[in-house]
Each structure stands twice: as structure tokens, then as C-alpha cells.
Design a protein around this ligand. Sequence first.
Ligand code: COA
Length: 665
Amino acid sequence: MSQLGIRKVAVIGSGTMGHGIAEVSAMAGYDVVMVDVSQEILNKALERIRWSLGKFVERGRLSKDDVERIMGRIRTSLSIAEAVRDADIMIEAVPEDINLKKKVFAEADANAPPHAILATNTSSLPITEIAEATRRPDKVVGIHFFNPPPLMPLVEVIKGAKTSDETAKKAYEFAKSLGKEPIMVNRDVPGFIVNRILIALNSGVCLMAADGTYSVVEIDSATKYRAGLPMGIFELQDFTGIDVGYMVGLAVALRDPLLRVPCPLIEDLYKKGWLGQKSGRGFYEYKEGTYSRANIPREAGEKVDLVKVFAPAVNMAAWLLREGIATRDDIDKGVKLGLGWPKGVFEYADEFGIDNIVKALNELHAKYNYDLFKPDPLLEQMVKEGRLGQKSGRGFYEYGPGATVEFKEIILKKEPPLAWIILNRPMRLNTLTMTMMEEISKALDMLWDDKDVRVVIFRGAGDRAFSAGADVTAFAGPLHTYYFYISNRKFQEVVSKIERFPKPTIAAIDGYALGGGLELALACDFRIATDRSELGQPEINLGIIPGAGGTQRLIRYVGLGRAKELIMLGDRIKAEEAYRIGLVNRVVPKEKFEEEVRSFAMKLAQGPPIALTYAKYAINFGTQVPTDIGLMLEAAFFSMATTTKDAQEGVLAFLNRRKPEFKGE
Ligand code: COA
């Protein structure tokens, strides 16, 4: 049927994976024959396919007629020989037993036409060895679907030692024709790409949890809430099954010394029969019957060093890349689509800093002495060459020109998709002068419609203050009230310009944020402060009052009572207190400040730029007008957002269960 020359697909095995593969093949228009050992099993598989197609109907992705057409394309058979006789491709999905697989392949080889590709859906066995059971090893290939095939977009296409390029390419195109996102794996290393990286990640945290460096909950909270993984690392193991993890661990360790890192915790759970969610208990306890989720508090992971957690996964990814097993983009695509990570493993690495990754690996290696933690030569070379990731403008990825513009009193650093405006008078605690305000205004103009920049972050230079407020030396001496008034208005204009700036802004506060410094931060959309920071409106102590929006914006965040207290008592408050009353969005330990600010900003940067502008404007301007007019504003922005290309992309990505890519169109 297709240019690929594939019309008929034989799926051997109708279990969890087999029936799903049959379903997606039939959905893509192929004629499918599904084989298993009894008609009863096959009937059950057909029922499961019908149920799954029904779910697509519920979501409006298929019509009832489509379901009948798709079901009509699926035939069942009890004989491999008969099923493959006129097949163009076979996909084997029988249990992970090498001898069983070899038997299937030998029989298929003897009966399938010479042109037919024989593929295996194995997740852990060597393609090369399976191919040895046939006389056509050049036509044997791995096509590894993720569970459940109808929903998971990722497919790993794996070459065995003798797989021809033509076969691999055809398998790749076939996966694409199913609407999947294939990645190419050039050698059948145990675990291929995704599981290999996952095993490396699991191995490191397992040792750390076993020796009490961190607890299971701490690690899960950090990976889930701070790193943004869809589940905690241990939570995921409970979900897939402790027995599954244990068996896969044994299988890969057998074949690959690098992966021979025993996990005492898993072994212990396995022996106790605590197999995770399905048995009501694994790393966590689950209520019976209903689908219950592990209890992982959001704050539990604050002290976890994420660099150490991710370093083994980065090390493995670097190894895969250096060995030519997969490309950078395919590896990152693999973890994003296969594991649901918000960022690729190399993107995390660039964010953490390659030097920090190497340092963490050396520490892990010194402590646990497994080769898995020995820094890969590629990482060491990158450090030598100064390719440290985002901070040096180049790591696994390039980060634009990283233009830095030095004004007199601020620095503008562009690091697409982020830009930093650094208040640069560290010796005077970054106090605000008219020159500085004019420069901020210029910097905002430069960034206003710069398509590369999606989020702007304000921070202070030096290590003492975000800003200690207006430079009071300017207030000394007699001043004409009128001229003082209009210069204050000018000051206010710049602060308001931050509020009107079309992209999200963040004030990254480390140290003092006082007076005008706090007022500037209040005009930003978000405030993230280190735990040692102190905030306040101390003007009253000088016999004056706030002049850059303090009497207006502060109220919106903390209410009248608190605002009056801050302004009329003039006391400084600590970051924790500021968080409690809603003045800052996050309080983070100093060591994690940079990382937290970046990840917060990157999350915003991945959002739909146009909708973010509209949301910001609807909120900022809506609060200034009567509710009816605010609602009218909201409706106008709502309709404007809904008719963007990004909105189409958002809905499409949701339906296809992939991550949207917003372009600001
Ligand atoms: N304007 C001008 N200079 C300021 C300043 C301001 N708002 N805030 C601090 N500085 C100067 C200090 O005079 C000092 O200068 P010096 O080294 O030449 O003496 C320098 O910055 C460091 O400040 P210092 O007071 O020595 O540090 P500290 O750690 O003891 O105290 C603060 C820090 C922020 C608590 C204290 O400087 C302060 O209260 N500043 C005033 C804050 C304020 O009222 N802001 C609102 C202005 S409208």
C-alpha cells in the first residue's frame, strides 16, 4: 500500500504490547494478523483493542464507523507460519525469553516471503542474538514501542550487528507511518537508550537512598517538583512494578558490567513481595481498590542535590553519544517522549553545568566505586574546552551569541530564551539612581520585541543585595518640590514599564530588597528570594514614604493591613515571612538559587508567549478597573489568545499526548 512496500503486518503475541501494536498498525490502515497460542487469548486481545478504540471515540478522535473499519482490518491466527506467509513485516511481542523469541524468529524466517522484515519489540534482549535464529539477519531489527503503544509516541528502532541500513530505515519509516516518533539506536546495547538512561538514574539514587544520604521521599519530591519529572523516581518504579524493575535490572546486569550496580532496596522489596502499586505496597503504601497516588510532599526535597541525582543519567547519555549509538537530539527526544521529562537529559546537563556534573560524578565514584559513575571522557573534554553548558554559552547545545551589553549601572545579559538585567552598583548595595532607571528603560526597549527572549529576570550584582532602594544621597540638600515631583514620576514610569513589559518578568532577590528595590521587584510578575533575603519599605525611618508604587502595588500582594504595617513601621522582614504573607512566590536556599530561578524562568519560557502576554495584561490592567470592564478585557484577550497558532498547537499536542512547542505565532 505505502511507498514503503508494506501492506500486511503480522503481530506475534497479543499481550499488553502485542495487542497495542496490532491496534496502532490497524489504525494506520495496515492489514493486521495477530497471533497467539489460543483463540481465547486472541479474543480477549480483540476486546481490549475495541475498548481502547472506544476511548478514542469518547475523546472525539475516532468515529464509530472508524472503529468498525479498524477492527475489520485485524485478523487472528494460531499459526505463525500461516500468519507470516504473505506478511511484509512481522513484529514479535512474546514474553522476554530469548529462546522463545529465537523459536518465533526461526519459524517466521522459514515461512515469510524473502523481502519481509522481522522485527522484535524486545526491551531488553540483544537483537543480534535473536537475528542469529534466522537466515536473514540483515532484515532483523528492533522496533521497541512504549507502553501503551496507542498513547506513547516514542519508538526506538534498534539495529543489530547485521541489520542493514535499508532495513533500519524502513523500520523507522514504518514507525513514522504509524504516527509515532521514532529514534534510531545504532547498536543493540542493553536497555537501548531510554531504559539505559533510566537505569543509570535509578542506580545512583538507589545507592543514595540505601545509605541514607537522602530518603526516598526527599529524592522523589526533588525530582518531581524541582526537576519537573512526571513522577518521582521511586514512585515510577512502584508504578511499573518492583518485580519488572528487578528482572530488567538482572537481565541488563548480566550482559553489561557497567550496569552491574545492585540496588539493595529493590531487592529487599522484591523478596518481601512488595511489588509496588499493584500489590498495595512498594516504596510507598497504596490504598486498595482505588487508584491512589504516593504521598510526596512538595517541600520534602529541598536539600537534595539535583546535580548528583541526574549526573549518572547524564554520564550514560554522554556515553551513548560518544559511542555513536544515538544522536544528541534523539537521546533528548527519547527521554522527553519515553519518560515524559520536561527537558532532555542534555538540556538538564547544560543547565546544571558540565563542570558540576563531572564534580558530582567524581564524588559518587569516590563514594560508591562503580564504573557507572566514572565521568565519561566526553564530559571531561567538554570541561577542558570550557563547554560548560548554558553559563558558558555552549555545552551540548549552543546558547546564541549570549550578548552582554554593559551600561554604566546595569548589565544586560542575553541568554536566549532568557535575558538578565543586573543592577550593577554592588558597592552601594545596587541602590537605584536616575541613571540606572534610564538604563533599565533602555534595556526593556531592547528586549521589548526581541523574539529570542521570552522571559526577563532582574537581579543584583555582588552578594549583598538585590537593591537597598533609591540612593538617598540624591535626596540630600534643598530641592524644588515640583522638580522633585516630576523626577519621581519619571522614576515611577520606569517601574510601571516593567509591569507593562509584554513578557514575564522575575525579580531574583538575594540579600536586601528594600524601598525602591522592593518596589521594582513588586512590578515584576514573580519574586523568588533566597532564604537569607530581607525585604521591606523602610522609607518611613527617613521621614519619607515609598515613591515608586509601594503604596499601591504592595496592597495587591499583602492586603491593606500588612501593607500599612510594612510602610508605617518600616521594619525589614525575612524572606520566610515575606513568603508567608504573599510578598514573594518562592523562598529557596542560597545554594539552589540560580538553579531554581532558571528552572522557573525556563518553565515560563516554554509557555505560549502570546497567551502569557495576554494573561499578564488581563491581570495587571484588570485589577485597576471595575470588574465588568476587567471581564470585558479578559474576554477580548481570551478570544485573541484562542485564535493564535499556538492555541491550535496546544490543543493538538494535548490530543496527541505530546509536549506542545509554542512559537509565539
Ligand atoms: N542610599 C545610598 N546609600 C546606601 C543606601 C541607600 N538607600 N543603602 C545603603 N547604602 C550604602 C551605605 O551608606 C554604605 O555606604 P558606605 O560603604 O559608603 O558607608 C553601603 O551602602 C553599605 O551599606 P551599610 O549600611 O554599611 O550596610 P549594612 O549591612 O550595615 O546595612 C542596610 C545594610 C541596607 C540595612 C542599610 O544600609 C540600610 O538600611 N540602608 C537604607 C535602606 C533604605 O532606607 N532604603 C530606602 C531608601 S528610599
